[in-house]
Design a protein around this ligand. Structure first.
Ligand code: SF4
Length: 447
Protein backbone atom coordinates (compact mmCIF):
# COMPACT_ATOMS: atom_id res chain seq x y z
CA UNK A 1 0.00 0.00 0.00
CA UNK A 2 1.42 3.43 -1.01
CA UNK A 3 2.28 5.71 1.90
CA UNK A 4 0.22 8.90 1.49
CA UNK A 5 2.40 11.91 0.76
CA UNK A 6 0.75 13.84 3.51
CA UNK A 7 -0.50 12.27 6.73
CA UNK A 8 -4.05 12.70 7.94
CA UNK A 9 -3.93 14.73 11.12
CA UNK A 10 -5.91 14.15 14.31
CA UNK A 11 -6.04 16.93 16.90
CA UNK A 12 -6.89 16.78 20.62
CA UNK A 13 -7.23 20.16 22.30
CA UNK A 14 -7.23 20.31 26.11
CA UNK A 15 -7.25 23.05 28.74
CA UNK A 16 -8.45 26.65 28.67
CA UNK A 17 -9.82 28.86 25.88
CA UNK A 18 -6.37 30.43 25.46
CA UNK A 19 -5.00 27.00 24.59
CA UNK A 20 -7.97 26.45 22.31
CA UNK A 21 -7.07 29.57 20.35
CA UNK A 22 -3.53 28.16 19.93
CA UNK A 23 -5.11 24.96 18.59
CA UNK A 24 -7.12 27.00 16.10
CA UNK A 25 -3.99 28.80 14.87
CA UNK A 26 -2.19 25.45 14.44
CA UNK A 27 -5.19 23.93 12.61
CA UNK A 28 -5.19 26.83 10.16
CA UNK A 29 -1.44 26.46 9.50
CA UNK A 30 -1.86 22.73 8.84
CA UNK A 31 -4.83 23.11 6.50
CA UNK A 32 -3.06 26.00 4.76
CA UNK A 33 -0.12 23.63 4.19
CA UNK A 34 -2.48 21.13 2.56
CA UNK A 35 -3.01 18.69 5.42
CA UNK A 36 -6.35 16.95 5.93
CA UNK A 37 -7.67 17.09 9.47
CA UNK A 38 -9.77 14.14 10.66
CA UNK A 39 -12.07 14.09 13.67
CA UNK A 40 -11.67 10.29 13.86
CA UNK A 41 -8.47 9.46 15.78
CA UNK A 42 -8.53 5.93 14.36
CA UNK A 43 -8.13 7.35 10.84
CA UNK A 44 -5.23 9.64 11.75
CA UNK A 45 -1.63 9.05 10.74
CA UNK A 46 -0.34 11.72 13.09
CA UNK A 47 -2.12 13.01 16.21
CA UNK A 48 -1.34 16.31 17.88
CA UNK A 49 -2.25 16.64 21.55
CA UNK A 50 -2.41 20.27 22.72
CA UNK A 51 -2.04 19.82 26.45
CA UNK A 52 -2.76 21.60 29.74
CA UNK A 53 -0.51 21.37 32.79
CA UNK A 54 -1.41 24.03 35.33
CA UNK A 55 -2.63 21.64 38.03
CA UNK A 56 -2.35 17.90 38.74
CA UNK A 57 -5.80 17.01 37.38
CA UNK A 58 -5.04 18.79 34.12
CA UNK A 59 -1.67 17.08 33.82
CA UNK A 60 -3.31 13.71 34.45
CA UNK A 61 -5.92 14.37 31.76
CA UNK A 62 -3.18 15.33 29.28
CA UNK A 63 -1.11 12.22 30.00
CA UNK A 64 -4.20 9.98 29.82
CA UNK A 65 -4.98 11.39 26.37
CA UNK A 66 -1.39 10.82 25.19
CA UNK A 67 -1.50 7.23 26.44
CA UNK A 68 -4.87 6.70 24.72
CA UNK A 69 -3.46 7.73 21.35
CA UNK A 70 -0.29 5.74 22.08
CA UNK A 71 -2.55 2.67 22.00
CA UNK A 72 -3.50 3.58 18.42
CA UNK A 73 0.19 3.74 17.55
CA UNK A 74 0.64 0.18 18.84
CA UNK A 75 -2.60 -1.21 17.43
CA UNK A 76 -3.78 0.88 14.50
CA UNK A 77 -2.24 2.96 11.68
CA UNK A 78 -1.06 5.85 13.80
CA UNK A 79 2.55 6.71 12.96
CA UNK A 80 3.28 9.77 15.06
CA UNK A 81 2.35 11.65 18.23
CA UNK A 82 3.14 15.31 18.68
CA UNK A 83 2.67 16.93 22.09
CA UNK A 84 2.31 20.69 22.35
CA UNK A 85 0.92 23.15 24.90
CA UNK A 86 1.67 23.60 28.56
CA UNK A 87 2.70 20.01 29.42
CA UNK A 88 5.37 20.04 26.69
CA UNK A 89 6.56 23.47 27.82
CA UNK A 90 6.69 22.64 31.51
CA UNK A 91 8.13 19.11 31.20
CA UNK A 92 10.20 19.43 28.05
CA UNK A 93 13.15 17.59 29.73
CA UNK A 94 11.13 14.59 30.88
CA UNK A 95 8.54 13.82 28.19
CA UNK A 96 10.68 11.94 25.64
CA UNK A 97 12.02 9.64 28.35
CA UNK A 98 8.87 9.19 30.43
CA UNK A 99 6.51 8.96 27.42
CA UNK A 100 8.55 7.13 24.74
CA UNK A 101 5.46 7.00 22.50
CA UNK A 102 5.82 10.72 21.89
CA UNK A 103 7.70 11.63 18.68
CA UNK A 104 7.87 15.41 18.75
CA UNK A 105 7.40 18.33 21.12
CA UNK A 106 6.20 21.83 20.32
CA UNK A 107 6.35 24.48 23.04
CA UNK A 108 3.79 27.23 23.68
CA UNK A 109 6.20 29.65 22.00
CA UNK A 110 6.46 27.58 18.82
CA UNK A 111 2.89 26.92 17.68
CA UNK A 112 3.84 28.41 14.28
CA UNK A 113 6.32 25.50 13.84
CA UNK A 114 3.60 22.83 13.92
CA UNK A 115 3.88 22.07 10.18
CA UNK A 116 7.64 21.53 10.53
CA UNK A 117 6.97 19.17 13.45
CA UNK A 118 4.52 17.12 11.37
CA UNK A 119 6.98 16.94 8.45
CA UNK A 120 9.72 15.74 10.77
CA UNK A 121 7.54 13.02 12.31
CA UNK A 122 6.15 11.95 8.91
CA UNK A 123 9.68 11.61 7.55
CA UNK A 124 10.19 9.00 10.28
CA UNK A 125 12.35 11.09 12.60
CA UNK A 126 11.80 11.10 16.37
CA UNK A 127 12.90 13.78 18.77
CA UNK A 128 11.89 16.99 16.98
CA UNK A 129 11.53 19.68 19.64
CA UNK A 130 10.82 23.38 19.15
CA UNK A 131 10.68 25.70 22.14
CA UNK A 132 10.65 29.24 20.89
CA UNK A 133 10.77 32.27 23.18
CA UNK A 134 7.08 32.95 23.81
CA UNK A 135 7.84 36.58 24.50
CA UNK A 136 8.84 36.90 20.84
CA UNK A 137 6.06 34.77 19.40
CA UNK A 138 3.41 36.43 17.21
CA UNK A 139 0.26 36.11 19.31
CA UNK A 140 -1.95 36.44 16.27
CA UNK A 141 -2.42 34.24 13.26
CA UNK A 142 -5.29 33.03 11.15
CA UNK A 143 -7.50 30.50 12.88
CA UNK A 144 -9.88 27.68 12.18
CA UNK A 145 -12.57 28.49 14.72
CA UNK A 146 -13.49 25.31 16.61
CA UNK A 147 -16.33 26.80 18.65
CA UNK A 148 -19.82 26.95 17.08
CA UNK A 149 -19.80 29.70 14.43
CA UNK A 150 -21.89 32.12 16.49
CA UNK A 151 -19.34 32.37 19.32
CA UNK A 152 -15.57 32.77 19.35
CA UNK A 153 -12.78 33.35 21.84
CA UNK A 154 -10.67 36.46 21.33
CA UNK A 155 -7.25 36.14 22.97
CA UNK A 156 -5.96 39.65 23.71
CA UNK A 157 -2.75 38.85 25.59
CA UNK A 158 -0.47 36.04 26.73
CA UNK A 159 1.44 35.24 29.92
CA UNK A 160 1.05 36.70 33.40
CA UNK A 161 2.96 39.00 35.75
CA UNK A 162 0.85 38.49 38.88
CA UNK A 163 2.95 35.69 40.29
CA UNK A 164 0.39 34.04 42.56
CA UNK A 165 2.44 31.67 44.72
CA UNK A 166 0.40 28.57 43.79
CA UNK A 167 0.45 29.13 40.04
CA UNK A 168 2.75 27.61 37.42
CA UNK A 169 1.38 29.63 34.49
CA UNK A 170 3.94 32.46 34.60
CA UNK A 171 6.69 29.81 34.37
CA UNK A 172 4.94 28.19 31.37
CA UNK A 173 3.46 31.13 29.46
CA UNK A 174 6.02 33.80 30.41
CA UNK A 175 5.64 37.52 31.11
CA UNK A 176 2.40 39.34 30.37
CA UNK A 177 2.20 40.56 26.75
CA UNK A 178 -0.71 42.46 25.21
CA UNK A 179 -1.55 42.06 21.53
CA UNK A 180 -1.63 45.34 19.61
CA UNK A 181 -5.19 46.68 19.66
CA UNK A 182 -5.36 46.98 15.86
CA UNK A 183 -4.48 43.27 15.53
CA UNK A 184 -7.17 42.31 18.03
CA UNK A 185 -9.74 44.46 16.23
CA UNK A 186 -8.83 43.05 12.82
CA UNK A 187 -9.20 39.50 14.14
CA UNK A 188 -12.51 40.37 15.80
CA UNK A 189 -13.88 41.71 12.51
CA UNK A 190 -12.82 38.49 10.76
CA UNK A 191 -14.50 36.37 13.43
CA UNK A 192 -17.72 38.36 13.03
CA UNK A 193 -17.50 38.01 9.23
CA UNK A 194 -17.30 34.25 9.85
CA UNK A 195 -20.55 34.43 11.82
CA UNK A 196 -19.53 35.16 15.41
CA UNK A 197 -22.18 37.06 17.34
CA UNK A 198 -20.52 36.58 20.72
CA UNK A 199 -16.87 37.42 21.28
CA UNK A 200 -15.43 36.08 24.53
CA UNK A 201 -12.40 38.16 25.50
CA UNK A 202 -9.71 36.01 27.16
CA UNK A 203 -6.16 36.19 28.50
CA UNK A 204 -4.50 35.03 31.71
CA UNK A 205 -5.36 38.49 33.08
CA UNK A 206 -7.63 40.46 30.69
CA UNK A 207 -7.85 43.44 33.07
CA UNK A 208 -4.12 44.14 32.67
CA UNK A 209 -4.57 44.56 28.91
CA UNK A 210 -2.55 47.42 27.45
CA UNK A 211 -0.39 48.19 30.48
CA UNK A 212 2.79 46.89 28.81
CA UNK A 213 2.13 48.28 25.32
CA UNK A 214 0.38 51.57 26.10
CA UNK A 215 1.43 52.24 29.69
CA UNK A 216 -2.16 52.09 30.94
CA UNK A 217 -5.08 49.67 31.21
CA UNK A 218 -6.90 49.61 27.87
CA UNK A 219 -9.55 46.91 28.29
CA UNK A 220 -12.36 49.47 28.51
CA UNK A 221 -11.18 51.21 25.35
CA UNK A 222 -10.81 47.87 23.57
CA UNK A 223 -14.40 46.95 24.46
CA UNK A 224 -15.62 50.35 23.24
CA UNK A 225 -13.87 49.86 19.91
CA UNK A 226 -15.00 46.22 19.56
CA UNK A 227 -18.53 47.46 20.17
CA UNK A 228 -18.30 50.30 17.66
CA UNK A 229 -16.22 48.63 14.94
CA UNK A 230 -17.47 45.01 14.83
CA UNK A 231 -20.84 43.31 14.27
CA UNK A 232 -20.60 41.42 17.55
CA UNK A 233 -23.85 41.37 19.53
CA UNK A 234 -22.34 40.16 22.79
CA UNK A 235 -18.93 41.08 24.16
CA UNK A 236 -17.99 39.02 27.21
CA UNK A 237 -14.95 39.36 29.47
CA UNK A 238 -13.34 36.46 31.33
CA UNK A 239 -10.32 36.23 33.69
CA UNK A 240 -10.17 39.69 35.28
CA UNK A 241 -7.99 40.44 38.31
CA UNK A 242 -9.64 42.29 41.23
CA UNK A 243 -7.13 45.12 41.62
CA UNK A 244 -7.42 46.17 37.97
CA UNK A 245 -11.18 46.69 37.73
CA UNK A 246 -11.23 50.40 36.92
CA UNK A 247 -14.23 52.73 37.06
CA UNK A 248 -13.76 53.21 33.32
CA UNK A 249 -14.18 49.45 32.78
CA UNK A 250 -17.23 49.31 35.05
CA UNK A 251 -18.78 52.27 33.17
CA UNK A 252 -18.15 50.52 29.84
CA UNK A 253 -19.87 47.37 31.10
CA UNK A 254 -22.75 49.44 32.51
CA UNK A 255 -23.34 51.73 29.52
CA UNK A 256 -22.53 49.67 26.43
CA UNK A 257 -25.49 47.50 25.36
CA UNK A 258 -23.18 45.10 23.52
CA UNK A 259 -21.07 44.36 26.61
CA UNK A 260 -22.63 41.50 28.57
CA UNK A 261 -23.63 42.40 32.09
CA UNK A 262 -21.27 39.68 33.14
CA UNK A 263 -17.75 39.57 34.56
CA UNK A 264 -15.42 36.79 35.66
CA UNK A 265 -13.12 37.73 38.55
CA UNK A 266 -11.34 34.80 40.24
CA UNK A 267 -10.79 35.91 43.89
CA UNK A 268 -9.08 32.72 45.08
CA UNK A 269 -9.70 33.59 48.75
CA UNK A 270 -10.90 36.36 51.10
CA UNK A 271 -8.86 35.83 54.26
CA UNK A 272 -6.17 38.53 54.25
CA UNK A 273 -3.72 36.08 55.79
CA UNK A 274 -4.27 33.58 52.96
CA UNK A 275 -4.35 36.28 50.26
CA UNK A 276 -0.90 37.46 51.42
CA UNK A 277 0.47 33.87 51.36
CA UNK A 278 -0.94 33.55 47.82
CA UNK A 279 0.75 36.84 46.87
CA UNK A 280 -2.62 38.09 45.64
CA UNK A 281 -2.60 41.85 44.97
CA UNK A 282 -5.22 43.65 47.02
CA UNK A 283 -6.77 42.64 50.34
CA UNK A 284 -10.28 41.57 51.32
CA UNK A 285 -11.35 45.21 51.54
CA UNK A 286 -10.37 45.81 47.92
CA UNK A 287 -12.12 42.65 46.74
CA UNK A 288 -15.34 43.61 48.54
CA UNK A 289 -15.20 47.16 47.16
CA UNK A 290 -14.86 45.84 43.59
CA UNK A 291 -18.07 43.81 43.91
CA UNK A 292 -19.85 46.68 45.64
CA UNK A 293 -18.86 49.13 42.85
CA UNK A 294 -19.92 46.62 40.15
CA UNK A 295 -23.30 45.97 41.74
CA UNK A 296 -24.03 49.65 42.39
CA UNK A 297 -23.11 50.70 38.83
CA UNK A 298 -24.42 47.59 37.00
CA UNK A 299 -27.49 46.31 38.90
CA UNK A 300 -28.14 42.63 38.21
CA UNK A 301 -24.64 42.03 36.83
CA UNK A 302 -23.69 38.32 36.76
CA UNK A 303 -20.43 37.81 38.62
CA UNK A 304 -18.45 34.60 38.17
CA UNK A 305 -15.61 33.71 40.50
CA UNK A 306 -13.44 30.86 41.73
CA UNK A 307 -11.59 30.13 44.94
CA UNK A 308 -8.91 27.73 46.14
CA UNK A 309 -9.65 25.71 49.28
CA UNK A 310 -6.98 23.98 51.34
CA UNK A 311 -4.15 26.38 50.52
CA UNK A 312 -1.14 25.73 52.80
CA UNK A 313 -1.81 27.18 56.21
CA UNK A 314 -5.54 27.76 55.63
CA UNK A 315 -7.13 27.46 59.08
CA UNK A 316 -10.73 26.54 59.86
CA UNK A 317 -11.25 30.21 60.65
CA UNK A 318 -9.83 31.29 57.25
CA UNK A 319 -12.11 28.80 55.53
CA UNK A 320 -15.11 30.04 57.53
CA UNK A 321 -14.35 33.56 56.32
CA UNK A 322 -14.42 32.29 52.72
CA UNK A 323 -17.74 30.52 53.26
CA UNK A 324 -19.29 33.66 54.79
CA UNK A 325 -17.94 35.69 51.87
CA UNK A 326 -19.59 33.36 49.32
CA UNK A 327 -22.89 33.63 51.24
CA UNK A 328 -22.49 37.45 51.35
CA UNK A 329 -21.62 38.05 47.68
CA UNK A 330 -23.96 35.39 46.19
CA UNK A 331 -22.02 34.85 42.96
CA UNK A 332 -24.09 34.00 39.88
CA UNK A 333 -21.46 31.36 39.10
CA UNK A 334 -18.86 30.11 41.57
CA UNK A 335 -16.36 27.26 41.42
CA UNK A 336 -13.81 26.02 43.92
CA UNK A 337 -10.56 24.10 43.47
CA UNK A 338 -8.83 22.00 46.11
CA UNK A 339 -5.27 23.40 46.27
CA UNK A 340 -2.92 21.52 43.89
CA UNK A 341 0.70 21.47 45.10
CA UNK A 342 2.68 22.40 41.97
CA UNK A 343 6.43 21.84 41.90
CA UNK A 344 8.39 24.91 40.92
CA UNK A 345 5.86 27.30 42.50
CA UNK A 346 6.66 29.17 45.76
CA UNK A 347 3.67 27.66 47.58
CA UNK A 348 5.04 24.16 46.95
CA UNK A 349 7.58 24.70 49.71
CA UNK A 350 5.25 26.39 52.18
CA UNK A 351 4.83 24.69 55.59
CA UNK A 352 1.39 23.59 56.85
CA UNK A 353 0.33 21.74 53.69
CA UNK A 354 -3.30 20.67 54.17
CA UNK A 355 -4.44 17.03 54.23
CA UNK A 356 -6.19 15.92 50.99
CA UNK A 357 -9.33 14.80 52.85
CA UNK A 358 -9.62 18.18 54.59
CA UNK A 359 -9.30 19.88 51.17
CA UNK A 360 -12.07 17.66 49.80
CA UNK A 361 -14.31 18.31 52.82
CA UNK A 362 -13.85 22.06 52.41
CA UNK A 363 -14.54 21.77 48.68
CA UNK A 364 -17.79 19.86 49.34
CA UNK A 365 -18.83 22.33 52.04
CA UNK A 366 -18.34 25.47 49.96
CA UNK A 367 -19.92 23.98 46.82
CA UNK A 368 -22.89 23.00 49.02
CA UNK A 369 -23.28 26.67 49.98
CA UNK A 370 -23.17 27.70 46.32
CA UNK A 371 -25.72 25.03 45.38
CA UNK A 372 -28.23 26.57 47.81
CA UNK A 373 -27.54 30.06 46.45
CA UNK A 374 -28.17 28.83 42.89
CA UNK A 375 -31.38 27.05 43.95
CA UNK A 376 -32.73 30.29 45.48
CA UNK A 377 -31.77 32.28 42.39
CA UNK A 378 -33.48 29.80 40.08
CA UNK A 379 -36.64 30.10 42.17
CA UNK A 380 -36.52 33.90 41.82
CA UNK A 381 -36.00 33.62 38.04
CA UNK A 382 -39.45 32.08 37.49
CA UNK A 383 -41.64 34.50 35.57
CA UNK A 384 -38.70 36.52 34.26
CA UNK A 385 -38.00 36.86 30.52
CA UNK A 386 -34.44 36.69 29.20
CA UNK A 387 -32.78 36.88 25.78
CA UNK A 388 -31.23 33.50 24.96
CA UNK A 389 -28.64 32.66 22.34
CA UNK A 390 -29.99 29.39 20.94
CA UNK A 391 -27.24 26.77 20.83
CA UNK A 392 -29.16 23.64 19.79
CA UNK A 393 -31.97 21.17 20.32
CA UNK A 394 -32.09 18.23 22.68
CA UNK A 395 -34.33 15.58 21.09
CA UNK A 396 -34.47 13.56 24.33
CA UNK A 397 -36.07 16.34 26.38
CA UNK A 398 -37.68 17.96 23.34
CA UNK A 399 -36.18 21.25 24.44
CA UNK A 400 -33.98 23.78 22.74
CA UNK A 401 -31.06 25.02 24.84
CA UNK A 402 -28.89 28.09 24.95
CA UNK A 403 -27.38 30.79 27.13
CA UNK A 404 -28.29 34.25 28.31
CA UNK A 405 -25.80 37.11 28.54
CA UNK A 406 -25.31 35.96 32.15
CA UNK A 407 -23.80 32.60 31.12
CA UNK A 408 -20.41 32.06 29.49
CA UNK A 409 -19.90 29.20 27.03
CA UNK A 410 -18.67 25.83 28.30
CA UNK A 411 -18.24 26.89 31.96
CA UNK A 412 -21.69 28.22 32.99
CA UNK A 413 -25.13 26.61 32.79
CA UNK A 414 -27.69 26.46 29.99
CA UNK A 415 -31.29 27.48 29.68
CA UNK A 416 -33.66 24.83 28.32
CA UNK A 417 -36.79 26.02 26.59
CA UNK A 418 -39.60 25.06 24.23
CA UNK A 419 -40.57 26.87 21.05
CA UNK A 420 -43.22 26.31 18.38
CA UNK A 421 -40.77 27.57 15.78
CA UNK A 422 -37.93 25.77 14.02
CA UNK A 423 -35.02 27.68 15.57
CA UNK A 424 -31.50 27.82 14.23
CA UNK A 425 -28.29 27.80 16.26
CA UNK A 426 -27.03 31.31 16.83
CA UNK A 427 -30.53 32.83 16.85
CA UNK A 428 -31.51 35.11 19.75
CA UNK A 429 -34.83 34.18 21.37
CA UNK A 430 -36.90 35.78 24.15
CA UNK A 431 -37.59 33.07 26.76
CA UNK A 432 -39.95 33.26 29.74
CA UNK A 433 -38.59 31.17 32.66
CA UNK A 434 -41.22 28.85 34.10
CA UNK A 435 -39.24 26.24 36.03
CA UNK A 436 -35.76 24.86 36.77
CA UNK A 437 -33.96 21.55 36.47
CA UNK A 438 -30.94 21.00 38.77
CA UNK A 439 -28.61 23.99 38.01
CA UNK A 440 -30.51 25.15 34.90
CA UNK A 441 -33.56 27.33 34.29
CA UNK A 442 -36.34 25.97 32.05
CA UNK A 443 -38.78 28.06 30.02
CA UNK A 444 -40.74 28.68 26.85
CA UNK A 445 -40.28 31.07 23.97
CA UNK A 446 -42.29 34.21 24.55
CA UNK A 447 -45.08 34.51 21.98
S1 SF4 B 1 -3.35 35.71 37.86
FE1 SF4 B 1 -2.32 34.32 39.23
S2 SF4 B 1 -3.49 32.43 38.98
FE2 SF4 B 1 -3.94 33.67 37.21
S3 SF4 B 1 -2.46 33.06 35.65
FE3 SF4 B 1 -1.62 34.82 36.76
S4 SF4 B 1 -0.30 33.93 38.34
FE4 SF4 B 1 -1.71 32.33 37.61
Amino acid sequence: MNTPTKPKIGFISLGCPKNQVDTEVMLHALIDAGYEITAEDVEADVIIVNTCAFIDDAKKESIDNILDVAWLKKNRQLKGIIVCGCLSERYREQIFTELPEVDALVGVGSIHDIVEAVESVWSGKRGYASFGDITKMDLGGDRVVTTPSYTAYLKIAEGCDNRCTYCAIPYIRGRFRSRPMEDVLAEAKDLCRLGAKELVVVAQDTSRYGEDLYGEYKLAELLRRLSAETDAVWLRVLYCYPDKITDELIDEIADDPKVCKYIDIPVQHISDRVLRRMNRHGDSGLVRSVFRRLRERVPGIAIRSTAIVGFPGETEEDFEQLCEFVKEVRFRHFGAFPYSREEGTPAYDLPDQIDEQVKQDRYDAIMGIQYDIVAERLEKMKGATVTVLCEGYDPVSGHFYGRSEFDAPEIDGRIFFTSKRKLIEGEFVRVRITDSLDYDPVGEEEE
